[in-house]
Design a protein around this ligand. Sequence first.
Ligand SMILES: [Ca+2]
Length: 346
Amino acid sequence: MIIKFSTLFKYALIGLSFIPLLAFSAPQKTQDKPLVLISKESARATLPKLAQESKVSLADLTYAFNKATLKESIITAMNRPGEAKPWYEYRKIFIIPKRITLGQKFFQENHKDLLRAASYYGVDPEVIVAIIGVETFYGANMGRFKVLDALYTLGFYYPKRESYFKKEFANFIKLAKAQNWQYDQILGSYAGAMGMGQFMPYSYLTWAVDFNNDNHINLFTDKTDVIGSVANYFKEHGYDKNKDTIIKLAMPIGANNQNIDKLITDGIELKITVGALRKAGFVVPNKYPDKEPCKLIKLESNKGSFTYYAALHNFAAIMRYNRSPLYAMAVHELAELIKGSMTLPN
Ligand SMILES: [Ca+2]
């Protein structure tokens, strides 16, 4: 679950199942110098400012700070090179038969909540299922790190992302107090994402909902709350079930790849239009007007062979969960496969 994160961060949000696959090129020389260059005392000295900014009391921050443990393994994990995989490798991690069949089972078992959430929030139910499937394998891998230690380590000893994680450390304290949690009992990813949908503390505080009306929000074991919360997150980030997600594009005949690749833009925003794609020679179905915003995406579908896609409104909404186009593509494809051959009980 992501808001404004670097691409590095996404690996924290999708469980740890494929981290070892990324470890192959970790530089050896990191062993020569210490990973952590900040003393506990200088970390502690930043607490009064954090108290002021976060509106969490200094006493509460200090209490949590003292309870937390620095985990060098988390810093090592964050420092691993990201974005290493081409789509055809990335896809193999997520689009596997077990994730599809368990997704269909999850859909069937929870179809009433899914259809209620889909209609109330205006999202597609299979996308809610796919998010939960990609993030945690339907709740099977919700992370094994203490969230307190993760946010403490990254907030106070990882200067690259210090500002973001300090805020999340404070948000976690707010959340833990509201939920009556013991700080050190909550487990999540090494970046502090929690529950079946891997919500960061800010997201939990802001977009999680009590979808079964039991006066408690539980994103760890209450599937109804998880379904409602993921749906609400999507609605709040622009997902609209009446809009489309992506179009696979055929390469224009005789096209100049270099000119086409100039249309590829960074980030989540849909910065070009379908009209620009048509000008470059792509054939886009007539139902999309020239002014339709889109984003050109190029994925390596087989070694050395690339496929172009026009990402549309809902693709951008999925990227608000995680900024990687590969992630959004995996969620979209898994959702389509789950929906594909499934029948729902009455
Ligand atoms: Ca509830």
